[in-house]
Design a protein around this ligand. Sequence first.
Ligand SMILES: Nc1ncnc2c1ncn2[C@@H]1O[C@H](COP(=O)(O)OP(=O)(O)OP(=O)(O)O)[C@@H](O)[C@H]1O
Ligand SMILES: [Mg+2]
Length: 245
Amino acid sequence: MSSAALSVGSLAAGYGGVLALKDVSLTAAPATITVVLGANGAGKTTLLRTVSGLVRPRAGRVLVDDTDLTGRPPEDVARAGVAHVPEGHGVIAELTVEENLRLGAMSWRRDGRNTGRAARAAAVAAACDRFPNLGRRRHKPAAVLSGGERQLLAIARALLARPRVLLLDEPSLGLAPRAVRQVMELISQLRAESGLTILLVEQNARGALAIADQGVVLSLGTVVATADAGTLAADVALRHHYLGY
Ligand SMILES: Nc1ncnc2c1ncn2[C@@H]1O[C@H](COP(=O)(O)OP(=O)(O)OP(=O)(O)O)[C@@H](O)[C@H]1O
Ligand SMILES: [Mg+2]
């Protein structure tokens, strides 16, 4: 799978009178993990929603490689290879595990590969093999899964769209420590195995910086720091001021 660069330039976006993103720029190199950190209300979710076309930008640019996705509707952004796992994961509890996975395969990218029914079924089966806890319960409603398993299901579903860029909004939120480690490990593997370019929003700054290449800190809709993950983790003043540890 080819890797892509994601670049966001001077992005502004908001809701009515609220300007949630003021002037946000970042570049995520191909096959890297960029963690977006910041306090509640900093604009992290709005950044992901604007990249994926759910919120219309008021200014600025969103590019995947050389493709300009600024202001394009979510289905165009998805087709360009960007998958978004929203805050609260977006798994549909009433559908079975397999039905949730099939939803992911419905929107997969047109990349010249076979997109027929049999190919999609094979991709769902492969996801069930990769995640045995999901595979074992593929015919059960997603409601029976634990929080950690639902998060894995949400990520597995996003992967079925065969993305090049993966947007993850607080995948560790509300999970037990063991599940948090499992999710972080998976994210790290995805970058290494599939060359995915990952934009990871996290409140768990310490855990996310440990697996990330780069960190971007947002405060009140602006970028207050961008550096490689190790440098941010070592910056005691910045950690105390913006990251709460
Ligand atoms: N649908 C909405 N309508 C109006 N204002 C909103 C909406 N969603 C977010 N906001 C506001 O936009 C700002 C940024 O919110 P956003 O959800 O992007 O922050 P966040 O960094 O993801 O926060 P959290 O850590 O709590 O998830 C906040 O001031 C928030 O109140
Ligand atoms: Mg948020």
